[in-house]
Design a protein around this ligand. Structure first.
Ligand code: NOJ
Ligand code: CA
Length: 522
């Protein structure tokens, strides 16, 4: 929500919507980075870890927001980006000047090898992961864009600066952190070549060589050590993992690293590899490995993914129905549900007319990559549109007035044209709306420990992979949840069904209709 008409959402805007959030029932807010940043990657390139981006407000506004949250029983989670900073951070500006300055070790510098880059690593968004700085006569490493130089965690002073920065935010009133891109803090000092030099996409490369090194785990544990004296600080890690064993290491209680983890899957993979069957298998595997001493973050949407209705559900005729089904799914699984802005209204992907209208670096570099690979412009655009992170980043739809009530000025990113159909004001007093359904689910979960702590068991009620059904059991009670991930009605094998607790349609017992979800006490 933009409070001052400059077209950019801001802290006062969020403050003006705190009652909306309280009414929705959420108990914590995670904001993507709000620090000063040149915005090469939408704030994930931080130029001052302890400041607030002037467009968003001041530290005073942040304090007002934190107080407003706490008065309403809502916690506030800051996003910290400490694998890299912005190249406009004063540390980097200093570090780049010479090999001997105060901050010379804060980043990862390497001499050129035979006049070339130190090795063949590629950055996540294409091109070499190394950038040469003539002043220092060395290259610096950047796993993301060249405006995001990687920090050198093996430098004690840098590490301690980060730990004390985290402490300062907690002292100000932060209740926890979402820690960005955390799996590759530690880098091998010999910088070996990647065995697959042709690998175009940096994420696969990171997977192979950099993720989950022992020292990375030690650095994360160190964050907890630094924050221990403040009591229970929530730590949510965004991790890249090969398998569940990898995942476990980050979230097992005894390791004291993260309270829960958000596994990162690049949008392209997410879209291409998705199926209800795969979703169920992944769920099963992660649940089994974490059920004794770990905990999960549960989500289908965030600022890096397409809108969930567009990806896992169906826009149009089944828009509302599938939005409610997906909500049921997230809120009835073990783990902490995360709701991404606008998801509670069933917001969908956006279809801008040209690549210039997209702001996201990932969308633009992906489009260029498709062209380089020989694809024609129309096909490349269609693909980029499909995976774009801007699908989720378009402004929130508050009402039916101009610019969806988000701003009185020109919005920083175009508004999705369907805001007249999908907006908060239209839904809030409608008992059948998507948001009303979210409220019921959130309340249900708060009032019934079975949805939080109940054992999970997948069960088969039909021969279709498009239905995901499971029970939750707790203290002698069992609930059955059935979700239809397809636009077809599917016959269910006869079973004893007791009372329906909540659902998005009238449950017919012997079948489940298109995108129907139901929670039944059995
Ligand atoms: C993960 C963040 O969620 C994403 O938005 C960002 O581009 C990368 N990390 C780099 O910081
Ligand atoms: Ca503003």
């Amino acid at each position: 929500m933009d409070s001052n008409g400059d077209g950019i959402g801001d802290l006062q805007g969020i403050i003006s919507k705190l009652d909306y959030l309280k009414d929705l029932g959420i108990t914590a807010i995670w904001m993507s980075p709000v620090y000063p940043s040149p915005n090469a990657d939408n704030g994930y390139d931080v130029a001052d870890y302890l400041g607030i981006m002037p467009e968003f407000g001041t530290l005073g506004d942040w304090q007002e927001l934190a107080d407003g949250c706490h008065q309403r029983g809502i916690k506030i989670i800051m996003d910290i980006v400490v694998n890299h900073s912005s190249d406009e951070h004063p540390w980097f500006i200093e570090s780049a000047k010479s090999k001997t300055n105060d901050k010379s070790d804060y980043y990862i510098w390497h001499d050129p090898v035979e006049g070339k880059e130190p090795n063949n690593w590629r950055s996540v968004w294409g091109g070499s992961a190394w950038e040469y700085v003539p002043e220092r006569e060395q290259n610096y490493l950047h796993l993301f864009s060249k405006k995001q130089p990687d920090l050198n965690w093996s430098c004690e002073e840098l590490k301690n600066e980060i730990y004390s920065m985290m402490e300062k935010w907690v002292q100000l009133g932060t209740d926890g952190f979402r820690v960005d891109a955390i799996s590759y803090l530690d880098k091998p000092i010999d910088f070996p070549d990647s065995p697959e030099p042709s690998m175009a996409d940096g994420y696969s490369f990171c997977m192979e060589q950099l993720i989950g090194r022992d020292k990375t785990h030690r650095y994360i544990h160190g964050m907890n050590e630094a924050l221990k004296k403040y009591g229970d600080v929530l730590m949510v890690g965004e991790v890249v993992v090969k398998d569940t064993a990898d995942m476990q290491r980050y979230v097992l209680d005894e390791n004291e690293e993260f309270s829960m983890a958000i596994p990162f899957v690049p949008p392209v993979v997410e879209i291409e590899a998705w199926s209800p069957k795969k979703l169920k298998e992944d769920l099963f595997e992660s649940y089994e490995s974490l059920k004794s001493t770990g905990w999960c973050a549960r989500f289908l949407s965030n600022h890096d993914k397409p809108r969930q209705v567009s990806l896992y559900g169906k826009e149009g005729e089944f828009g509302e129905q599938s939005a409610k089904m997906l909500a049921t799914f997230i809120h009835t699984l073990p783990g902490t549900p995360f709701v991404y802005q606008g998801e509670e209204l069933g917001m969908t992907n956006v279809y801008f007319d040209s690549i210039e209208e997209y702001d996201d670096i990932d969308t633009r570099t992906y489009y260029e990559g498709c062209l380089l690979a020989g694809m024609n412009e129309a096909d490349a655009f269609k693909k980029a549109q499909h995976i774009s992170r801007d699908n989720a980043r378009t402004p929130m739809h508050w009402n039916s007035s101009k610019n969806a009530g988000f701003t009185t000025g020109d919005p920083w990113l175009k508004i999705n044209e369907n805001y007249l159909k999908i907006n908060a004001e239209k839904q809030i007093n409608d008992p059948d709306s998507v948001i009303s359904y979210y409220k019921k689910l959130i309340t249900l979960r708060k009032e019934n420990k079975i949805l939080v702590y109940g054992d999970l068991k997948f069960i088969t009620l039909c021969d279709s992979d498009n239905v995901i059904s499971y029970t939750r059991s707790y203290k002698g009670e069992t609930w059955l949840i059935i979700n239809n991930f397809s636009d077809k009605e599917i016959t269910l094998s006869p079973a004893e069904y007791d009372s329906v607790i909540l659902g998005n349609s009238k449950f017919k017992k012997n079948s489940i209709s298109a995108y129907e979800a139901v929670i039944i006490k059995i």
